[in-house]
Design a protein. Sequence first.
Length: 623
Amino acid sequence: MKRIFVFSLVLVFSLCLFTSCGKEEFVNPGDNLGGGGVGEIADSAEDPSNDVKEDLSDADFSDLSGETSSEDAVEVAPTEDVYQISESGTYRFRGKYGGIQLAADGLELHLLFDGAEITSSGIAIDGSEHKKAEVVITLEGENTVLSESESENAIHIKGTLSFNGSGSLSVESQGKNAIKTSKELTVVDCTLLLTAKSHGISALSVSASDSIIDVLSAGKDGINAECDDETTEFTTDEGFVYLENVKYTCNTLGDGIQADTAVLIHGGTYDIHTKGVFVEDTAQNRAEYELTADDFRYIKSGEDYQKVASDYMGRGTMYALAQGCKGIKVGEIEYPDPNNSEKEITVTRGDYSVILEDGTFTIDSTDDAIHANSGNLFVKGGTFTISTYDDALTSDVLTKITGGEITILKSYEGIEGGYVEIEGGNISLTSTDDGINAASDDNSVSEHIIISGGETHVDAGGDGIDSNGTILISGGKTFVAGPTSNMDASLDAERGIVVTGGYLFAVGPLGMVETPSSNSTQCVVSFARSQAIAAGTNLTLTDKDGNAIFTFQTPKTCQSVILSCPEIQKGNLYQIFGGDSSLCEFTVSEMITSVGSAGGIGNPGGGPGGPGGPGGGRGPFGR
């Protein structure tokens, strides 16, 4: 059953327009994506993921669910030979078989497996010669399919393939894919247990609902949805994965889920483990695995590996991943160059999408955990626990978070995109490099980070929040524990930082402090001192009457604190305490007020900032 869907990405944003202040001019982030105009960030801005959601959510699983057995089925007696089917109809298999083969094209088949064991030295269920076939397999009880061939798929249907029923099917390929279909694969209500030398599932597109899919092991991807080899332009008629209330588990050497055009997930649980193979930087490995110098970004640390910056100057052997092994990945469509068969052409545009609406995700990946290549990543809800050697949430265009509980236990960079927008959710992330990063290799992208809602906790070894363009904080609660090294900062923006609302707290070193621009519309306090503030110190901001506005505990040694909240007003007297000791007393005289023994150090237009929450709430990492 083909799922045809079309979506367009129309990004419309209405944002405040700011003028220059400090070293760099703050550029309206809304202009980057064609938006603009004076006013707050528009709640009614069109969601560029809506078309994908609406079209895929219309997928009709009803004709495959419920009772699907048939009294009119042809009972196929067990046989050691391959059973050939040449007529459309319903066939029931019980017992042991040497294989099933489609012997004619255009067949419409309903195969009932009830305790079937199918073992073959070739393709166990073979429809590889007939692209017009439509096959539905209903599972009753426990069933097995095994291909002992070192060069064949276990199940290979060139037409459409669907699974349903209340039973289970264990599929093993000792040579290639467990399940291969050249058109659409649909799974409803049943259980698939897959073991494969290559992909667990390989199809033109994959739609699954209310099912269990367990890829016990795969030499490549767990689920792989690729566009047809003849596809030469972007299309969303194929190359997608849609999962609704699926329990998906995988252990792979490739990607957990890989799609050419889109991934949409609504509900279910996803336990994704990908384990990469690292190879040394040698001429032989570069040639064998098609690697370049830029791929060798890892060093060995004991028995483990650690990603390093592209300008890493250390000595010793460098390593690269032999193949991609991301948790969830989308993009891009590639097809052979008609003028040169040895080359491929890549369809590059911003329409590729990963959309995660709901569900429970546990991702432990050597490569990126969730990656939208040449496209957009939308997290709208769900619970996420992520550990990765590389980036946790990353896209080449827009990474947008509007809800969910996101815990990033380990990453190189936590959240990344050409544009990063956080409107809601609870986020706690740890990274060895930048925590949140807006960067792009595309010169047409004018990067920005916008935080307008939610609660975000960042613990970064590099820059806490880093934009190659602008940073706008207009709402929410943002807590940043930046680096301890003077080479990085809690906040860093090439073209300015503006605070117009919300709660912002950041600590870091003095070396690269950047403060928000004075054309912010909410007061910002920049406190600095030559003597370090010890990790674990409780910092409290009080008003003139000694009432605590908010309190936070510094998670790292720091010398710079930048904070902003609606309670800080011009002309009022405030005091900062470290434990029971007063660190400073000051009056807010300007939109950006610098205080302390090292006050004023830094570059206006970008930098650390923010509170631990209203009413004396505990600061970051205290929940």
